[in-house]
Design a protein around this ligand. Structure first.
Ligand code: SF4
Length: 419
C-alpha cells in the first residue's frame, strides 16, 4: 500500500501503477491533527452548489460499484429538493457497507482516513442546501467513525447507523430501508431515491471512497484530480487485491485505466503464474491476467470494470469452476428471498454449477446454466440476479476448456472431484 508523503497535493507518478497516495496521504490511523497537517484547514477551492459543477468537470464516478457519475446523482437530488416536488431537506448517506467478501478497501479507508470521508459528506450536504447526514457502516468500523466525529468542531449533526454483514446490505434502497425500518432489503424502485428516499426526502447514498474523492476535488479542484488517470477514467481508485498464498491481501491506490497486470505485480503477484482474475467482485467478471485495463468505460475485450474495486487472482492450479460454484452458492444464499429469480433461479444455478464442479458429465448442464441465466435476468427488484449471471457467463467464457474437461470426466485443478 502506498505510504503517506510530507506535502500535499502530491504529484502523481506516471509509470506503471505507482501512484503517490492521495486518499491515504495522512498515514495510518490519521486523527484530526494529522488530517489537518496533511490537507490543511478546510478552505475549499469550491464549495456550495458550485461543487456539483466541479465534480462534473472532474469526471468523478462512484467507487461503490455502479460507477454512476457523481454529479448527476447529486444534481438529481438537489433538483428534487429545490423544486419542492418531494418535500423535506435532502439526505446524504455515506455508505461504508462492504458485504462483498473480497472487499476491504472501504473499511481500510474508514479506519485510516475517516476525516476525509466526513469532509466529503459535509461538502456534499452543503452543496445540496444543508442536507441531513448519515454514516452507514459495519459494527467494526463505527467506533473509529464515532471517534472522528467527536474530534470535529461541527460533527455532532452526523448520525451513525450500523449496517448488517450481508452481501446486499450496501445496495442503495437496502441502505435506506435499514435506516428507516431496520431491515436491509432492497425495494422495487419505481421512484428514484434522489426523488423520494428516506422518509420521502431526496436521498443520495454515496460510497465512502467516492466521498473522500469529493473532499479532495472540493479542496484542490477538477484539474488537480485529472492529473492522475486517463481522460475517460480520471483520478485514482482504491482496490482490494487478494490472491493465492503467499500473496497478502493489500489495498492499493491506483490511477484510472491502470493495467490489471501492473496492479497484480504491484501486489506482489506474477501474472504469468495466474490462470484468471475476478475483477469487480462477486458481481464482476473473470478475465485473463494480462491485456485488460481497469476502467468503467471501454470495450470488454480490453477493459475490466473495477466495480467496487475488487481484484481476486486464481493460480494456475486452482479450478475456476469450483471457485465460481462456491461464489454462486454464496450469492444464492445471500439474496433477500423476496423475488422469484433469487428464491428459485440462483439456487438452481448454484446446483448446476456444483454438479459440474463435482464431476457430473451430463453435457446438457452447460446449456441449462445458460437457460437459467436468461430466466432470472431483469426479473428481480434489484440487480442481484444480473450480477450473478454476469459472473457465471464470464466463467463459461474464461474457463471454457475447464468446463469441457469437467463434462468429459476430469478436472485439471487440485482436489477436483472429477479428476
Ligand atoms: S432480486 Fe433478489 S436480492 Fe434483489 S430484492 Fe429481489 S430477492 Fe432480494
Amino acid at each position: 500500500m502506498s505510504q503517506a508523503n510530507d506535502t500535499y497535493p502530491p504529484v502523481p507518478m506516471q509509470e506503471g501503477t505507482r501512484q503517490e497516495p492521495r486518499l491515504l496521504a495522512a498515514g495510518p490511523d490519521a486523527g484530526w491533527a494529522q488530517h489537518l497537517d496533511t490537507f490543511g484547514t478546510w478552505e475549499p477551492h469550491t464549495a456550495g452548489p458550485g461543487l456539483l459543477e466541479e465534480l462534473a468537470a472532474a469526471g468523478l464516478t462512484g467507487r461503490g460499484g455502479a460507477a454512476f457519475e457523481t454529479w448527476r446523482k447529486a444534481t438529481a437530488a438537489a433538483g428534487s429538493g429545490r423544486k419542492g416536488m418531494f418535500p423535506g431537506r435532502p439526505v446524504v448517506v455515506a455508505n461504508g457497507a462492504e458485504g462483498e467478501q473480497l472487499s476491504f478497501k472501504d473499511r481500510t479507508l474508514l479506519a485510516h482516513a475517516p476525516h476525509l470521508v466526513l469532509d466529503g459528506l459535509m461538502a456534499l450536504a452543503e452543496a445540496l442546501g444543508g442536507a441531513s447526514t448519515y454514516v452507514y457502516a459495519p459494527a467494526a468500523g463505527l467506533p473509529r467513525v464515532q471517534q472522528a466525529i467527536s474530534e470535529r468542531p461541527r460533527g455532532k449533526r452526523i448520525r451513525l447507523v450500523q449496517s448488517p454483514e450481508t452481501f446486499i446490505s450496501g445496495e442503495s434502497s437496502a441502505v435506506v430501508n435499514m435506516i428507516a425500518h431496520g431491515s436491509a432489503v432492497p425495494t422495487d424502485q419505481r421512484r428514484r431515491l434522489s426523488e423520494s428516499g428516506l422518509n420521502g426526502r431526496p436521498t443520495l447514498v454515496v460510497n465512502v471512497e467516492t466521498l473522500a474523492q469529493v473532499a479532495l476535488i472540493a479542496r484542490y479542484g477538477a484539474p488537480w484530480f485529472r492529473h492522475a488517470g486517463t481522460p475517460t477514467d480520471p483520478g485514482t481508485r482504491l482496490v482490494s487485491v487478494s490472491g493465492p498464498a503467499p500473496a497478502r491481501d493489500v489495498v492499493l491506490e491506483v490511477p484510472g485505466g491502470a493495467q490489471l497486470s501492473a496492479v497484480l505485480e504491484e501486489a506482489g503477484m506474477d501474472p504469468a503464474a495466474l490462470s484468471a482474475v475476478l475483477v469487480g467482485g462477486y458481481h464482476g467478471r473473470w478475465v485473463r491476467p494480462a491485456g485488460h485495463a481497469l476502467s468503467p468505460v471501454g470495450p470488454p475485450a480490453r477493459t475490466a470494470r473495477p466495480g467496487a474495486g475488487v481484484i481476486h487472482a486464481l493460480d494456475l492450479q486452482a479450478c475456476g469452476i469450483q471457485a465460481t460454484a462456491r461464489m454462486v452458492s454464496y450469492l444464492a444464499d445471500q439474496s433477500a428471498r423476496q423475488c422469484g429469480p433469487c428464491m428459485f433461479g440462483l439456487p438452481a444455478m448454484a446446483s448446476v454449477l456444483n454438479r459440474i464442479a463435482g464431476g457430473e458429465t451430463n453435457h446438457r448442464l452447460a446449456s441449462e446454466l445458460d437457460r437459467l441465466g436468461k430466466l432470472v435476468t431483469g426479473r428481480g427488484a434489484c440487480r442481484h440476479p444480473e450480477g450473478t449471471t454476469g459472473l457465471v457467463s464470464s466463467a463459461l467464457e474464461v474457463f471454457a476448456p475447464d468446463f469441457r474437461a469437467h463434462l468429459s470426466g476430469y478436472c485439471t485443478g487440485p482436489g477436483g472431484a472429477a479428476a
